[in-house]
Design a protein around this ligand. Structure first.
Ligand code: ARG
Length: 595
């Protein structure tokens, strides 16, 4: 469906042409002074230079051509040469009707992704290590990005891309060997069956990795052992592989539980280890093609470019001891995705401290043609989650905040708030608080531009006022309850897509503001998709919720005595609710039926 702003531009362009000027100057934008007008056009100022005329005179000529226009209600020339434009209420009503008739239920958003695949690489947990606050953003933003792409018609495939292969595994194996040297995994000569289950629990694993990592920091001999164990694992030592597989099983079960609780789901549960078999082939390809060369014993790809202003070290493919590393698995994964999935884009979500790393990997894969030239490679580097002191979020005793604890904290606070001054069944309160606290966490994160740090503020996030998830949900619950009352009174609430929903020209400023906000849905989603920016959807639904609440306070909806007007209001309510529902679904959370 054509965007409203383009329909308005079309009229203004014609008016420029009719006045004898080039039509391209008639481009219209949403007004940056909503107190003065709804749309504006600054083209007269630019034309003036070309035609050597006063801009205000040109603007007036164009404005005259917009009298009696079916789309534009008023166009006013103001000094020094702006055109302030308002849209006709009746035209706006017709536009909303078209939006609510869209058979694909996308409210006029074009099917921009049709037939195109995207891989979203997010989550990125490391198997031996507990999930902590740092993993929240990758999960939350990645899930939203994936859902936005899917909504826009792409086939988006989420890959968790676990860190299941590197030194962390060698460290865990080394520590287990120190503690339980008699286990059969460590006996080179052992040929029998290994135990069926892992020798440790997930809780024990949570302690073993940090202990081992701590030891390696102070004891070089221990670190050497861990590196050796890593290499042996990678080279396929039978006992190590068996032990690794069992550690993976308990890790993955635990990860699934936590990601499920965040309503985050992956199509592919792949890890760095999955490309192990294709690495030798890739290495030969890189060598034979002359893309990689030896440098100080390591195989590297140079990625420096003349225009670089910052340091750009080569991308190491194989270390001098023959081990593969993080880079190797990422290059091989790009190669594999290109061969097996052939996406138009691969999006990666990690902490922004990996910016340089991804720049190297992307350049290396382009230079060596592991990826097709027109496949986009995008890294979204996100900022840190901080506590109220502005420093990385910690537990009360100063440790790294486990993700589960963070989720529990916000759940508890939300539960308290729901019980506050109210008589509600505790079970129902529990279920509501689960739904709302997820919105609180996700919205709290997603409403910030990804690259920025933000403060994890439990009180603010769980508040039902201000720019928060609960505020959006309250607004939705309010609309649902009005619609439920309307049904009780014998009205029938239309189901979208619907062709018999009649919108009427707005009667008040707040009604028009809400209708204008609704008309902006498709451009926002298109922008969020093109910029891979879920925060744009948050900003949109916040302004939509504000516009709705403004309208609600000004308008007698159910008490309205004119039937036509009343069903016009109901149409607006239904469209607002459906658009909010679509948006929060994209952001990755739901609304409770009551709050
Ligand atoms: N496991 C990595 C980490 O903790 C993140 C993985 C991101 N994805 C990737 N393809 N490198 O830093």
């Amino acid at each position: 469906m054509e965007k409203l702003i383009d329909l308005i531009s079309k009229e203004v362009k014609e008016a420029f042409e009719k006045a004898g000027y080039e039509s391209s100057y008639g481009t219209v934008t949403v007004s940056n002074r909503p107190d003065l007008c709804e749309y504006q056009c600054n083209g007269a100022m630019a034309v003036a230079k070309q035609y050597h005329k006063a801009p205000i005179q040109i603007a007036s000529e164009v404005a005259d051509n917009l009298n009696d226009n079916a789309v534009i209600d008023s166009a006013q020339a103001v000094n020094p040469g702006f055109l302030n434009i308002n849209i006709r209420g009746g035209f706006l009503a017709g536009y909303l009707k078209d939006m609510s008739q869209c058979a694909d239920g996308r409210f006029g958003l074009d099917d921009i992704g049709r037939g195109r695949k995207v891989v979203v690489d997010y989550g990125g947990p490391n198997a031996a290590k507990a999930l902590h606050v740092g993993h929240l953003r990758s999960a939350v933003i990645g899930e939203a990005v994936k859902r936005i792409f899917n909504y826009a018609g792409y086939d988006a495939i989420g890959d968790i891309h676990m860190g299941d292969w590197g030194l962390q595994m060698g460290l865990v194996i080394t520590e287990l060997k120190e503690r339980f040297p008699d286990l059969p995994y460590f006996a080179d000569s052992f040929e029998g069956e290994y135990p069926k289950e892992a020798p440790i629990t997930i809780e024990e694993l949570g302690e073993i990795y940090p202990t081992a990592a701590g030891k390696a920091k102070v004891d070089p001999a221990y670190k050497d052992k861990a590196m050796e164990a890593t290499l042996k694992l990678q080279n396929g030592q039978r006992g190590y592989r068996a032990l690794w597989k069992q550690i993976m099983d308990i890790s993955v079960a635990n990860m699934k539980k936590i990601y499920d609780s965040l309503d985050v789901h992956f199509e592919l549960w792949k890890g760095e280890s999955d490309v192990q078999d294709i690495i030798p082939g890739m290495v030969s390809y890189l060598k034979d093609g002359g893309y990689a060369h030896m440098s100080e014993g390591a195989l590297v790809i140079d990625v420096k470019e003349d225009t670089d202003t910052k340091e750009m070290p080569p991308c190491i493919v194989i270390k001098s001891d023959g081990a593969s590393l993080y880079n190797t698995t990422d290059l091989a994964t790009i190669m594999e995705r290109t061969e097996k999935i052939d996406p138009v884009c691969m999006v990666y979500l990690t902490d922004k401290r990996q910016d340089l790393y991804f720049e190297q990997v992307f350049r290396a894969s382009r230079k060596s043609k592991l990826v097709k030239p027109d496949t986009e490679l995008v890294h979204i580097g996100f900022g840190t989650v901080n506590g109220k002191d502005g420093k990385p979020f910690k537990t009360r005793d100063g440790g790294v905040m486990p993700l589960e604890m963070l989720i529990k904290d916000i759940n508890d606070r939300m539960y308290e708030r729901i019980l506050e001054n109210r008589d509600i069944d505790p079970d129902e309160a529990k279920s509501i608080s689960n739904t709302v606290s997820l919105a609180a966490i996700k919205y709290g994160d997603l409403s910030n531009q990804a690259s920025k740090d933000y403060i994890f503020d439990v009180d603010k996030f769980t508040s039902s006022e201000g720019n928060t998830g609960p505020y959006i949900l309250y607004t939705m619950v309010r609309i649902r309850s009005i619609l439920a009352k309307y049904t009780e009174q014998g009205g029938s609430v239309p189901v979208l897509p619907s062709s018999d929903m009649e919108f009427i020209a707005p009667k008040s400023a707040s009604q028009k503001a809400l209708m204008l906000a609704l008309s902006g849905f498709a451009p926002v989603i298109e922008g969020a998709c093109a910029e891979v920016a879920p925060h744009r959807i948050c900003a949109y639904i916040y302004s939509l919720a504000n516009a709705f609440n403004g309208f609600y306070h000004d308008t007698k909806i159910l008490a309205c005595e004119d039937d036509k007007e009343k069903s016009g209001y109901i149409a607006i309510l239904v469209l607002t609710l459906k658009i909010l529902e679509a948006c929060i679904k994209m952001l990755g959370f739901d609304a409770p039926s009551r709050m």
